[in-house]
Ligand binder design. Structure first.
Ligand SMILES: [Zn+2]
Ligand SMILES: [Zn+2]
Ligand SMILES: [Zn+2]
Length: 444
């Protein structure tokens, strides 16, 4: 077995790591200078600067490699693999062993890099971490560091494809309905005018003239006298009573029993009723079965053939597309392909995810058992309608427009595009045609 080589990043001589481990020492400033820092089994950071860790992780060959930190605070960083493991050598051998199971055919992309990251160390998770300065309070720091620009969408797609699987719920936040910010201040306000200037106040209601005023204004020494009609109030229930409203607004003068709790957004200033707040659930994720297969095979596994009515995998969809294109004949009987793009789907909050599921099931309900459905990406569905050509197509498009017009909540837009088979381009290169058709942002 090759000796394990470990990169130590330290201002001075690094710590001893054991007899069978060969150590190369670099100063932190060397990291940006050296273009390739490959062929190491792991790195050990002696300092406490997160910038060093981030600079190292940003290098393609280090995205998935083990990086440990001696400084306890840096070891807690989401991009660190923690403190040095007890049995360092045994730990690294397990990692090397897992690395060897990754196919040499695997193409490097952001997606495969993230999956490799999750695979190499079994305990690794993609997890949201608390970032107090972040407007959403939580951030998937690893995804951001690996170059993912829209984390909620990436997670939705990766989960859809089985690349990743849910591990545990880290936290749930309530977010401003206007800007999505999670820095909210919950306060009692006047239910009539929303003013903040409300105070608890015991009032007296004079039965003779009907005046309702704060108790203090009735006090005359030891007695109680109505300041308006001058009646002496002696017996509660006969002369006067105490209204149940315990608060008064100094702005509008109204009395009320309980203030209304509203959440002021500290980001944009919006005053949200509690029912207008959105919810976000933050989770940790581990590698999923399809992610593992992708790494081992170097490509997406041929999805198991799905029963009619279930969404199929890409390979099955392509095969069916090719086949239908071959046998398509006559405009009245031929097959068609439909693209449904739902733009602006709100993946980031729980309400949005429920909308996505509701939309998918509404669209699913329109399909006949022989139609073939592919979730191309979280926003795009592709449909193969095997028969009845234009009639079936027009009927479906009309039904889809019905969904689009209905109040499914959210501000998304449904775009529909369709073509009738056969098409010569499909016969030439079905995969290329499908990618073009799916990515084209044109609607009918
Ligand atoms: Zn806001
Ligand atoms: Zn008021
Ligand atoms: Zn009175």
């Amino acid at each position: 077995m090759m000796p394990l080589r470990v990169l130590v990043i330290s201002e001075s001589t690094g710590p001893p790591l054991g007899a069978d481990i060969s150590v190369s020492n670099y100063a932190p400033e060397d990291i940006s200078r050296i273009s390739s820092l490959g062929n190491f089994s792991a790195a050990v950071l002696a300092g406490d600067d997160p910038a060093t860790l981030m600079a190292l992780r940003a290098k393609e060959e280090w995205i998935a490699s083990p990086i440990f930190a001696l400084d306890p605070a840096l070891a807690e960083h989401p991009l660190s693999d923690g403190p040095l493991p007890q049995d360092f050598k045994a730990f690294l051998e397990v990692v090397e062993d897992r690395s060897r199971k990754i196919s040499s055919d695997l193409e490097y992309t952001v997606d495969t890099a993230i999956l490799t990251y999750l695979w190499k160390i079994e305990t690794r998770r993609l997890a949201a971490s608390l970032q107090l300065r972040h407007s959403h309070l939580y951030e998937y720091v690893q995804l951001t560091a690996f170059g993912v620009t829209n984390a909620p969408k990436w997670l939705a797609e990766a989960e859809d494809r089985g690349w990743i699987a849910r591990d545990s719920v880290i936290d749930r936040t309530r977010n401003c309905g206007d800007c999505g910010g999670a820095h909210l201040n919950y306060v009692d306000r006047c239910p009539f005018c929303e003013a903040l200037d409300i105070s608890a106040e015991q009032a007296i209601h004079c039965f003779t003239c009907g005046l309702v005023e704060e108790e203090g204004s009735f006090n005359r020494g030891q007695r109680m006298v109505c300041p308006k009609c001058q009646t002496a109030l002696k017996h509660i229930g006969t002369d006067y009573d105490r209204p149940i409203e315990r608060y008064r607004c100094r702005d509008c003068g109204e009395r009320f029993n309980d203030g209304k709790v509203k959440a002021t957004c500290l980001e944009c200033g919006s005053i949200n009723a509690q029912s207008d707040l959105l919810t976000r659930t933050y989770r940790s994720y581990c590698i999923g079965p399809a992610g593992e297969s992708l790494l081992r095979l170097g490509r997406s596994p041929d999805a198991a053939v799905q029963p009619f009515g279930e969404a199929v995998g890409r390979q099955q969809f392509l095969w069916t597309l090719n086949w239908l294109n071959e046998i398509a004949h006559g405009p009245g009987r031929s097959a068609s392909v439909v693209k449904i793009v739902c733009r602006g789907l709100p993946f980031e909050h729980d309400e949005g995810q429920r909308t996505v599921l509701a939309l998918r099931s509404q669209i699913g309900a329109l399909l006949s058992p022989t139609d073939v459905l592919l979730h191309y990406d979280p926003e795009t569905m592709l449909l193969l309608l095997p028969s009845d050509g234009l009639d079936r197509l027009q009927g479906l498009v009309k039904d889809l427009e019905g969904i689009s017009a209905s109040k499914l909540s959210g501000e998304f837009v449904l775009e529909i595009d369709s073509v009738l088979l056969p098409l010569p381009e499909i016969a030439t290169n079905a995969m290329q045609w499908l990618a073009q058709f799916a990515e084209e942002r044109k609607c009918v």
